[in-house]
Design a binder for this molecule. Structure first.
Ligand SMILES: Nc1ncnc2c1ncn2[C@@H]1O[C@H](COP(=O)(O)OP(=O)(O)OP(=O)(O)O)[C@@H](O)[C@H]1O
Ligand SMILES: [Mg+2]
Length: 442
């Protein structure tokens, strides 16, 4: 099939219908036709709505049967047959059977100069046309060929568009793949970091435990020979030291494991209650007092009393703990005493806007979009697991039904904005599953 033989838009077919109607009228013939060549066949693409017209649109005829149009297409030239029965060459052509004995037709060429078909007029009686009619037929042919150019351009546009769409799809797929491999690389780095982190407390615990074991064995031997008071005091202090190291190391390991657990833990709805936001935040700060005091930074809570929430205080307390510890841990250079301000403002839509803002180094633009990703940390191998803000994201979106955003203007420190409904909707079923999917990772 030639490439132009595919569909012609309806709007052009309608226009050409009018053209052939007018053509038949002016030439005063029963049939004005636009013919289209198909493989091995020729079809009536448009046929004039005129009296006595024996041709119908969509009708097909076999090629190589001596049709007038075949000659026009082969010679690419005008053909005029005034009366077929007066011409031995034409007296047996198939149109004579329809009583179409007179023919005037010209070829129609596609923009690539391939033959599309013909435009022609047929009559049941002898016809000799004046030159101006022949000229008119050429003009109509040219106008239809200009339409072909437009059709071809439209087709090209559609094709280009399809190519663009395909390219876009490929890009999106590539982007997904990149994201996945980036996350996998992040996971690899985190597994290495976590192993490293766990290695220290576990190694210390082992060392402390085996030292204790040795001391206990020595003590047992000494016991058989009788013990002095100073030997006993010595042993007790050794046990105390060893146990202290064990406790601290195991506590460190447990915290690390705990932060992993928080990521995948179910947040039960059991502890939903009514509470005062300011009171809750202040109690979190007093729990963090040790860390805050040790850091030398100041944390201000400017939340007015009386903002009442019907929500999940434990989850919100975890969120505040992560945000405040992050500020204290990440925002300031050593030796700089910084300030962290916590504020809250209820809005008119039944929500409260909670902000934790520091005046520290801020977060580089390139990292802003990644801080909530699981395992994103700038302190890998130095105590950071990169799970803190991911847990915040999960808690805020899934358990508390709110939203959280990080912002940072150069030189202005970082600000975390949490928007929460004053009354959290009751969880449908496991909302955390949704958050895990949102997190795209764990
Ligand atoms: N207030 C802040 N100022 C500057 N950077 C911050 C601040 N809060 C978070 N960040 C950046 O965001 C990163 C991710 O924080 P996140 O709490 O998720 O992990 P982390 O604190 O590094 O590790 P973890 O909380 O698991 O111990 C941090 O490593 C830090 O680079
Ligand atoms: Mg953190």
């Amino acid at each position: 099939m030639t490439h132009h033989a595919s569909d012609i838009p309806d709007s052009f077919l309608a226009k050409w219908q009018t053209t052939t109607n007018v053509l038949a009228g002016i030439f005063d013939v029963p049939a004005g036709l636009i013919m289209r060549v198909l493989p091995g066949q020729i079809e009536v693409l448009v046929s004039s709505h005129s009296e006595g017209n024996p041709y119908e649109a969509d009708e097909k005829a076999q090629l190589n049967t001596g049709l007038y149009c075949e000659t026009v297409m082969a010679t690419r030239a005008l053909l005029h047959v005034p009366h077929a029965l007066e011409d031995t060459h034409w007296e047996h052509n198939p149109d004579v059977a329809l009583n179409m004995v007179s023919y005037l037709g010209v070829p129609l060429l596609w923009p690539d100069k391939e033959v599309f078909g013909t435009i022609c007029v047929l009559d049941s009686k002898k016809r000799n046309y004046q030159d101006k009619y022949v000229e008119l037929l050429w003009e109509i042919k040219k106008s239809i060929e200009r339409d072909f150019v437009v059709i071809e351009q439209q087709r090209q546009l559609l094709e280009n568009n399809a190519e663009l769409q395909a390219a876009l799809q490929r890009l999106t797929a590539l982007q997904d793949e990149l994201l996945r491999s980036e996350k996998l690389a992040a996971l690899g780095a985190v597994v290495a970091g976590i192993s490293h982190e766990l290695n220290t407390p576990i190694g210390n615990s082992l060392l402390a435990a085996s030292t204790l074991q040795c001391h206990a064995a020595d003590f047992a031997v000494d016991m058989k020979q009788g013990l002095t008071r100073s030997r006993m005091l010595d042993f007790v202090s050794t046990v105390e030291q060893g146990a202290g190291i064990l406790m601290r190391s195991l506590d460190q390991a447990a915290k690390l494991v705990g932060s992993f657990k928080q990521v995948v833990d179910d947040q039960s709805a059991a502890d939903r209650r009514r509470f005062d936001l300011g009171e809750m935040v202040r109690s979190v700060l007093s729990e963090l007092n040790h860390t805050i005091q040790g850091s030398g930074h100041r944390v201000h809570c400017a939340i007015a009393p009386g903002i009442l929430l019907d929500s999940y205080p434990q989850q919100l307390a975890q969120v505040m703990t992560h945000l405040v510890s992050n500020a204290v841990q990440h925002a300031f250079l050593p030796g700089v005493a910084g300030t962290v301000r916590i504020a809250a403002q209820p809005d008119s839509e039944g929500q409260v806007v909670l902000t934790v803002r520091d005046d520290g180094l801020g977060i580089p633009q390139a990292n802003l979009g990644r801080v909530f990703d699981p395992f994103f940390t700038t302190r890998l191998g130095r105590g950071g697991s990169g799970l803190g803000l991911h847990i915040v994201y999960k808690l805020v979106t899934a358990a508390l039904h709110g939203s959280v955003e990080a912002s940072s203007e150069p030189g202005q420190g970082a600000c975390f904005t949490v928007v929460l409904p004053l009354s959290a909707p009751a969880p449908l079923q496991k909302p955390e599953v949704r958050a895990v999917r949102n997190g795209n990772f764990v």
